[in-house]
Ligand binder design. Structure first.
Ligand SMILES: [Mn+2]
Length: 476
C-alpha cells in the first residue's frame, strides 16, 4: 500500500488533517449534523497574585488547532467539513498590558482553520449548524456552547477522547519531523553536558545548560522537568530537585533524563555518563548491561512486535546478566526470572508513546477501530497492548538501579534474601543507576532512531575527552 501523500502546507502544522482523521474515527453517520467542540487552556496566575504562570497549551486542543496561546476555542463542523477557530474576546484594557491580538486574517495565515469567528458570534453559528450531536471531552468547559442553546442531551462526552487518543498514537509526517527536531536538539544538549559536567558543579548548572542549548535552538520549553541525577540520586527514577552537587569519586555517574519541546511536540532522552569522563570498571559493567538490553530490544523493534514481549526480552537479558556478575544467586535463570527478582533493579516500563505529551495518549486499546458505532467502549491501558505500527513514536528506555529502598523491599520479603548477594550489590552500589533512553519512530520494517547522542562506552569517553571550554564557563 502506498503512503498517503500530503500536500505541502504553508501552515505551521497541518492540523486540519488531524481534525479530519479524528472525524473519520468518530464514524459519524454522514447524514447526521455532527460537530466537535473543544476549548483550549486558559491563562492562570500564581496564588493570590496577578503574576502570570507560564502557559502551555492543553495537548488535545493543540492537536486540533496548533494554537499555543490561551483562551481559544475550536469548532469542527464534520457535516460540512469546516473548521472554525474562535479566539478569546480581549478587552481594550488588556490590550494596554498585553498588546494587540492577532487579527482574523493573521490567524488564518498561521493556523490551519477555515474560518475565524468571534466568541460573540458562536450562538448565531450554532443556530445555523443546528448540530444533532456535539462531541466534547468529558473534562471540557462547555459553558459557551450551552449559553448558545446546546443541551446536555446533545453532548457526546465519550467518543471524542477515544478517537483523539487513537489518532494521536499514529503520527503524521510533520509531527514526526517536529519530534525529530526536538530529539536531535535534545541530543546536542546531552552532548553539551557530557563535555561540560564536572565534579563540584551544582546539578542546577547542568539543568540550566540543557535548557540553554534547547532554547537557543528554538525550544524555550522543556517537555518535562529535567532530571539531573548525580551519584546515588541516579537510582531515583524521577529525581527533579536538581539541587545537589555533582560528586567526586571514581564510580560517580550523572544520569540526565531531559528533552526539549517544539511546538508542543516533545522528546524523551536519557544519557548516563561518568562525571570523571572515564567509566570505572564497575560502572562500565552496569552500563554495558543496560546497553545490551537496549540494543537487543531495538534489534527486534518493528511493526507487528508486541511491546510486552520486548519488555520481557529486556528483563530476560537483565536476569541473565545479574546472575553473570554474581548479584542474583541461589537459583536457575528460569527460577529467578519467575520470582520477578530483576524487578528489584529495574522497576519501570521499557517505554511509552511520545508526542504532544511525553507520556503520550494512545497505546490504549481503543474501541473506535474495531467496534461499531453503538458498541464503543474504552479500555484504558497506558502501555501499548497491541502490535506496534508504522509511525508510532516510542521510547526504548531500559535501566538498572541500585536503589536502597527497592533492594530493602525485596530482601526483606520472607525467603527472598538468599537470592541477593549483598557483597556484590554493595560493590556496584556507588554506580547509583543507569538508564539509556532513545526516542524512535517505527518505520515500514524497523525503526528510525531520532536520538543522536552517543551511547557506547567508547563514544562517550571519546566525547568527554575533548571537554569544551566555552565562554559560558566563565560566565557568572
Ligand atoms: Mn521516558
Amino acid at each position: 500500500m502506498c503512503d498517503p501523500v500530503f500536500p505541502y502546507s504553508k501552515k505551521r502544522i497541518s492540523t486540519s488533517y488531524h481534525c479530519r482523521r479524528v472525524g473519520k474515527l468518530l464514524q459519524t453517520n454522514p447524514n447526521e449534523r455532527a460537530v466537535i467542540y473543544h476549548r483550549g487552556g486558559q491563562g492562570a496566575v500564581r496564588d493570590d497574585t496577578d503574576v502570570e504562570v507560564d502557559f502551555r497549551q492543553e495537548s488535545y486542543f493543540f492537536y486540533l488547532s496548533g494554537v499555543e496561546h490561551p483562551g481559544f476555542h475550536i469548532l469542527v463542523d464534520l457535516y460540512n467539513d469546516t473548521i472554525y477557530l474562535i479566539p478569546p474576546t480581549v478587552p481594550d484594557t488588556e490590550i494596554l498590558w498585553k498588546g494587540e491580538p492577532d487579527t482574523a486574517k493573521e490567524l488564518l495565515e498561521i493556523y490551519d482553520a477555515d474560518k475565524v469567528i468571534a466568541e460573540a458570534d458562536v450562538p448565531a453559528l450554532l443556530q445555523v449548524l443546528c448540530p444533532q450531536v456535539v462531541y466534547v471531552l468529558d473534562t471540557v468547559d462547555t459553558s459557551i456552547i450551552k449559553a448558545a442553546g446546546i443541551h446536555e442531551c446533545q453532548l457526546d462526552k465519550v467518543c471524542l477522547r477515544v478517537a483523539m487518543d487513537e489518532s494521536r498514537l499514529i503520527k503524521f509526517p510533520w509531527e514526526i519531523e517536529h519530534i525529530r527536531y526536538a530529539a536531535q536538539i535534545s541530543s546536542h544538549a546531552h552532548m553539551a553536558l557530557m563535555q561540560r559536567a564536572q565534579a563540584g558543579q551544582p546539578e542546577s548548572y547542568c539543568e540550566a545548560l540543557f535548557r540553554w542549548v534547547c532554547a537557543r535552538n528554538g525550544m524555550p520549553r522543556q517537555c518535562y522537568i529535567p532530571i539531573i541525577a548525580s551519584g546515588s540520586r541516579a537510582a531515583t527514577l524521577h529525581y527533579t530537585r536538581n539541587d545537589k552537587t555533582l560528586p567526586e569519586g571514581e564510580h560517580a555517574m550523572l544520569l540526565v533524563d531531559a528533552g526539549g519541546e517544539r511546538f508542543c511536540y516533545g522528546s524523551d532522552v536519557t544519557r548516563t555518563f561518568p562525571i570523571s569522563g572515564r567509566f570505572s570498571s564497575e560502572a562500565k559493567t552496569i552500563y554495558e548491561i543496560v546497553l545490551k538490553m537496549q540494543e537487543t530490544i531495538l534489534s527486534q523493534l518493528k511493526p507487528g512486535a508486541m511491546w510486552a514481549g520486548l519488555h520481557n526480552l529486556g528483563v530476560y537479558i537483565l536476569c541473565q546478566e545479574l546472575i553473570r556478575i554474581g548479584i542474583l544467586v541461589g537459583g536457575t535463570h528460569e527460577e529467578l526470572l519467575h520470582l520477578g527478582l530483576p524487578r528489584a533493579f529495574y522497576f519501570h516500563g521499557t517505554g511509552h508513546s511520545v508526542g504532544l505529551d511525553v507520556h503520550d495518549v494512545g497505546g490504549r486499546t481503543a474501541g473506535v477501530l474495531t467496534n461499531s458505532y453503538h458498541e464503543r467502549k474504552i479500555q484504558s491501558q497506558m502501555l501499548i497492548s497491541r502490535p506496534l505500527k508504522k509511525n508510532m513514536v516510542l521510547t526504548v528506555e531500559p535501566g538498572l538501579y541500585f536503589n536502597p529502598t527497592s533492594i530493602a523491599m525485596w530482601t526483606q520479603k520472607p525467603g527472598y534474601a538468599k537470592y541477593f548477594n549483598m557483597d556484590m550489590i554493595n560493590k556496584y552500589m556507588p554506580v547509583g543507576g543507569v538508564r539509556i533512553e532513545d526516542t524512535v519512530v517505527l518505520t515500514e520494517d524497523g525503526y528510525d532512531n531520532l536520538t543522536i547522542a552517543p551511547k557506547t562506552v567508547n563514544d562517550i569517553e571519546a566525547l568527554m575527552a575533548c571537554r569544551a571550554q566555552s565562554y559560558m564557563d566563565s560566565m557568572p
